[in-house]
Design a protein around this ligand. Structure first.
Ligand code: ZN
Length: 276
């Protein structure tokens, strides 16, 4: 059985590294922000079990690719093009990998990109079906029903096929609401500096595990003997704090260093539970 793990945090805090080192098994990695290669540079023989993929890999030739890029880069204020195609390319590939017995792990890197592709595709359809002088630039609240249910069904499909899923996300400031000097309602970043997952807002409810990633630099233990083993590192470690556990709410707040699925599994077992 596969589980769904969400990891989010600032840039450079080991989200891609978590995918790279999570678990043995064939990994299909949607490298939508093209950041995977950097994380993989220190993972020996990654090519034997990890397949990197980007929707532009599906372009038949250089001209098609250039056309896709032009259309994807259309500025705000323009009529959206190519977004439906982009989203459907992602969805088609995902379903192919769900049905593929040789694929164990699927990574959405980032999950926000999936959310954007989904909502932009829907907005393009709205533009096409709402004639008017000015193309709509945003979805209205009530229209999010369809993109939301698409996200839910992506996760439900992965579960149905027993795939292990990893979702990475950046963080964004939490906005708070208040009244400005003129008495108008306004919103601004929380002065306390609180942050949240940037992307699909229901993610936490739908995943099994949620982690907040951070980085710890300047480790002084390199070369030191810790117990029976000599600690070897580059001086940098990634930290992963549990924000949600499917086994016990008491796990929340526990912090792992350089997490893998095996470490998580050992932790759960040591607490007297069975890993789901
Ligand atoms: Zn170290």
């Amino acid at each position: 059985m596969g589980s769904i793990t969400s990891v989010w945090g600032p840039m450079g805090t080991g989200k891609s590294t978590l995918i790279a080192k999570w678990k043995e098994g064939k990994t299909f990695w949607m490298d939508l922000e093209l950041g995977a290669k950097r994380a993989l540079s220190r993972v020996p023989n990654w090519e034997s079990r990890i397949q990197l993929w980007h929707p532009y890999d599906e372009a038949e030739d250089e001209d098609t690719l250039k056309d896709l890029l032009d259309r994807m880069n259309a500025m705000r204020g323009e009529v959206l093009e190519g977004r439906v195609e982009y989203w459907e390319t992602i969805l088609r590939k995902f379903l192919t990998k769900c049905a593929d017995f040789n694929t164990d792990i699927i990574a959405f890197d980032t999950w926000k990109e999936i959310w954007s592709a989904n909502t932009q595709a829907f907005l393009q359809r709205v533009q096409e079906t709402t004639p008017g002088a000015k193309p709509r630039q945003n979805l209205i609240q009530i229209e999010y029903g369809t993109p939301n249910s698409r996200m839910n069904s992506v996760l439900a499909t992965a579960r149905k096929f027993g795939k292990e899923l990893i979702l990475t996300s950046h963080e964004r400031p939490v906005y708070v609401y208040g009244i400005d000097e003129d008495g108008k309602s306004t919103s601004y970043p929380d002065p306390e500096g609180s942050v949240e997952l940037d992307g699909y807002k229901n993610t936490k409810d739908l995943v099994d595990w949620e982690f907040k990633s951070s980085v710890q630099r300047g480790c002084k233990e390199n070369g030191k003997k810790i117990g029976p083993v000599t600690h070897k590192c580059t001086g940098t470690h990634f930290k992963y704090e549990i924000l949600k556990s499917p086994v016990d709410a008491g796990h929340v707040g526990h912090v792992f260093t350089d997490l893998s699925h095996e470490m998580l599994s050992n932790f759960v077992t040591a607490q007297g539970y069975v890993m789901v």
